[in-house]
Design a protein around this ligand. Structure first.
Ligand code: FO1
Ligand code: 5AD
Ligand code: SF4
Length: 387
């Protein structure tokens, strides 16, 4: 069983024969997708405080130096995103800061919030109010924490990273495979469309990669909630000198991911970190969230490609490009229009469905993306006086 799995009572079924099968899979064994998708997002790094210290990470600040965005700042950035035609507010930040971050706890207390997740809920409400669909990745969560955030998120995510016990997660405050798997399972239990993935090049073996992908498949087979699996290559930064995996390595891991996962689960690579055009024929069918207005705060040295570059990636790979919402189509309410009319939706809760159906300029935009009205169509600056 994987490290830490006992502690959380997570049992995942990883078949040894399947691991062996995946170890022999390469680019010739998978089908090329017909199209690739992406989502237009605005990145909201709520806090730079984090209870962990992953050695590959340049995102977090040490206690005493961490920052917390105010809700006014959140509103400014999501509004800018909505005006630029984005559909997604991406809330990704440090895992729930521990007691060492007195500055963060003091500030949250002063603003009247119990903890960072309570504050995240308020930030999601701001994003919805400004016309965007929240996708939150605040790190590891319990089922109760996920259930509290579920009504305010179109989808959520956490990278499994790896099922292996790697030095990159060493130390007494660290990610454990058991806790990550527990988070992915909890998302399934509450019925939350979910993004997860593996980080490639942090000291894991080929066998670990195969096992990680099969662990994700097993949890998806139980709950049906995994919408996409990110195959993310580690990149060096000013804090760490991890070697970037070669393109041959990435082609083989992406092929493995495609061969491991059922067809309804997308395989994503981030186009700012990887040579995406050379990975499409290995099964990549999604380029993730791309922002016209904010940096990738997790990997700030790696700029987002412009929309034209995404079109070029698709062209070079010989597939079409289309824009999607942060939640994949199969989780949307099903009857009639792109976002349905009935009261029943298996996956999305009231505030999200209401946002999708609101009769304003942002609702129009979300519905047009849901209908698949043209890959690169962005309205001219959304006119607020009309909304
Ligand atoms: O800009 C980034 N977006 C990241 N995203 C955003 C992601 O590309 C999109 O939000 C999803 O595709 C949903 O549309 C993540 C989302 C997750 O749920 C989990 C991990 C990541 C990782 C990153 C990342 O490193 N940088
Ligand atoms: C948000 C996600 O970003 C990834 N992440 C963190 N640091 C790096 C890095 N140096 N290179 C690539 N990905 C990274 C982790 O997988 C995390 O879960
Ligand atoms: S990757 Fe996430 S959990 Fe790890 S140190 Fe960075 S912010 Fe914290």
């Amino acid at each position: 069983m994987f490290p830490g799995a006992d502690e959380y009572g997570v049992e995942v079924d990883v078949d040894a024969d399947e691991v062996d099968r995946l170890l022999s899979v390469g680019p010739d064994d998978v089908e090329k997708p017909q199209s690739v998708s992406f989502s237009r997002n605005v990145f909201v790094p709520l806090t730079t405080a984090c209870r962990y210290t992953c050695t590959y990470c340049t995102y977090y600040d040490v206690p005493g130096q961490a920052t917390l965005m105010s809700l006014d700042e959140v509103r400014d950035v999501v509004r800018m995103g909505a005006d630029a035609g984005c559909t997604e507010a991406l809330f990704t930040f440090g895992d729930e800061p521990d007691d060492r971050y007195t500055e963060i706890h003091r500030q949250l207390d002063e603003w009247g919030y119990d903890d960072i997740l309570d504050y995240l809920a308020a930030a999601c409400e701001v994003a919805l109010d400004e016309g965007l669909l929240p996708h939150s990745n605040p790190g590891d969560l319990t089922r109760e924490q996920l259930a509290d955030l579920a009504p305010l998120n179109a989808s959520m995510g956490v990278m499994l990273e790896t099922t292996a016990d790697v030095d990159a997660h060493a130390g007494n405050r660290r990610k454990t495979p058991g806790q990550r798997l527990n988070t992915i399972r909890a998302a399934g239990e509450v019925g939350m469309p979910f993004t997860t993935g593996i980080l490639v090049g942090i000291g894991e073996s080929w066998r670990d990669r195969a096992e990680s992908l099969l662990a994700i498949r097993d949890l998806h087979e139980r709950y049906g909630h995994v919408q996409e699996v990110i195959v993310q290559n580690v990149v060096p930064n000013e804090r760490s000198d991890f070697e970037r995996p070669s393109i041959e390595t990435m082609r083989r891991v992406v092929s493995m991911a495609r061969a491991a996962l059922p067809a309804e689960v997308s395989v994503q690579v981030p186009p700012n970190l990887s040579e995406a055009a050379s990975l499409v024929d290995c099964g990549v069918d999604d380029l993730g969230g791309v922002s016209p207005v904010t940096d990738d705060y997790v990997n700030p040295d790696y700029a987002w490609p412009a929309l034209q570059e995404l079109a070029d990636i698709a062209d070079e790979a010989g597939v079409s490009l289309h824009e999607r919402l942060p939640v994949y189509e199969r989780f949307l309410p099903s009857e009639d229009s792109a976002v349905g009319t009935g009261d029943e939706c298996e996956w999305l809760r009231g505030p999200i469905v209401e946002r999708l159906r609101t009769d304003d300029v942002h609702g129009e935009r979300l519905r047009s993306v849901a209908r698949g009205d043209g890959p690169l169509s962005v309205p001219d600056q959304a006119n607020r006086t009309q909304s």
